[in-house]
Design a binder for this molecule. Sequence first.
Ligand code: NAG
Ligand code: NAG
Ligand code: ZN
Length: 523
Amino acid sequence: MAALSSRVRLSMWLFGLGLVATGMGLVFVLLARAYKTQPSAPVPRLWLSSEQRGRLQPTFTPEERQELKELLRGSIRIQTVSFAPDDQNVTALAEFEPYIRKAFPAVFSAAFIQHEVIGKYSHLFNIKGSNPQLQPYMLIAHIDVVPASPEGWDISDPFSAEERNGFIYGRGTLDNKNSVMGILQALEFLLRRNYRPQRSFYIGLGHDEEVGGNNGAKMIVAELESRGVQLSFLLDEGSFIYEGLFPGIEKPVPLIAITEKGAVTANLTVKLAPGHSSVPPKRTSIGILSEALAKLELNPMPNLFGQGPEIMMFEHLAPEFSFPLNIIMANLWLFRPLVARFLERQPATNALVRTTTAITLFHAGVKSNVIPPSANAIVNFRIHSAQTVDQVLEIIDKTIDDKRVEVERGDAFDPLPVSPWDDQTFGVQVLRQTILDVFPDVGSIAPGICVGNTDSRHYGSLTNAIYRFNPVIFGPSDLPRFHGVNERISIEGYERQVKFHFQLIQNSDFQEPSEPHNNLHEL
Ligand SMILES: *[C@@H]1O[C@H](CO)[C@@H](O)[C@H](O)[C@H]1NC(C)=O
Ligand SMILES: *[C@@H]1O[C@H](CO)[C@@H](O)[C@H](O)[C@H]1NC(C)=O
Ligand SMILES: [Zn+2]
């Protein structure tokens, strides 16, 4: 017995040691992975410092700072509201053109800039560079805004662009007149400093983004297609520099969205013979439809974390997380299922890992004592990158599994293609460099995903390199301001946005690594 028990003890001890050793090995592997150089070495090797490059410095005089602020405020006061695709404030849209003409005289008078109005109220600028060999790029933004009623705002009128505590409040300050005005302002300041780009670029300002972009962005794209234009990259609004939004990350992190979710609207109808409520059938159309809707809510679409580009976002952010999240995020090969469960707990992160289900409309019934002849509901799904419209519709049918429920497919489009994210892609290099120029204190720059949609989705025929990024620091308190009340931008934040575009235009003048010029660098 004694011998046996000591053997048992010995083997238990060995087993324990084995566990510890395996554990140490594992910890070592995990640490090694957490601290190895992050996938996005932030400074691309081809870049020289700004002084070496002889660039114009993004420093503005006090008069210029006053000017840029007042011009942004003036643009907010023009109420370019989109109520519906066929209901926009066209008075305001028409006022916008004379406004920008007056605000940016150098842009409108430069011999090498061509300006056109497209689809009545959208604007297309072609800035012709001195070197026609370089492939052009494009910056886009939108002039229209969502409606805003004064209720709930800290200022009396959401279109007054009032200044409070270093912020400008008003509809459109973040979405997206900051980009519209910021891009043109940066170009204006560059031109006043006698800048002439080498690389051509386009600026596209759509007037109906908030209602689909069919008359603005789509027309601009058709025009560029007819001219055979291909772009080296496209920059639109989309995601921000997020601060305090990720638990465990201290530094602000710029996310550049490389794709957008798809969408499908399903129209569900149940029709049954009407009758008197005194002799009801066992089931009514309302009951049957409610059951189908409950099944959709209780059986969410599969969690696809790891099958789409959202995993790249967490891999790139891994070094920014505090312990132990940094270890976990750097080792998604091991912790993926755990992280997947964790992410689905909050609506904001749940939207990243699956196709979401939102019941948005329900219509049924005619009178309190009449069996309803029909019931109808609308369900809006936003599709994860790893799924298609058809796959989602198939899951809907399987989940409802009830012949009495007719499912009709409404507006639908697949998720957008994923733009390249690597050191060889010119647009990625330019964006990284520009972010580091203007926001030197940020953490890792990571690829992100737009859960909503922007005008950029119309531009797929012109380039595969579409990036969605608004160069503004965005905190938790900003989330409800977006399309909500008290939308605002800090004056300092807007100045930085102008600097961002000022640097971006200059940084884009450098040639692509594949072009011969860069061989010089290897000497
Ligand atoms: C439309 O815009 C103009 C100019 O900004 C403004 O005066 C007018 O009140 C707006 N109308 C509506 C219905 O928003
Ligand atoms: C949904 O379908 C019903 C019945 O076919 C139709 O009357 C209704 O207009 C549709 N709703 C939408 C928003 O398409
Ligand atoms: Zn927008």
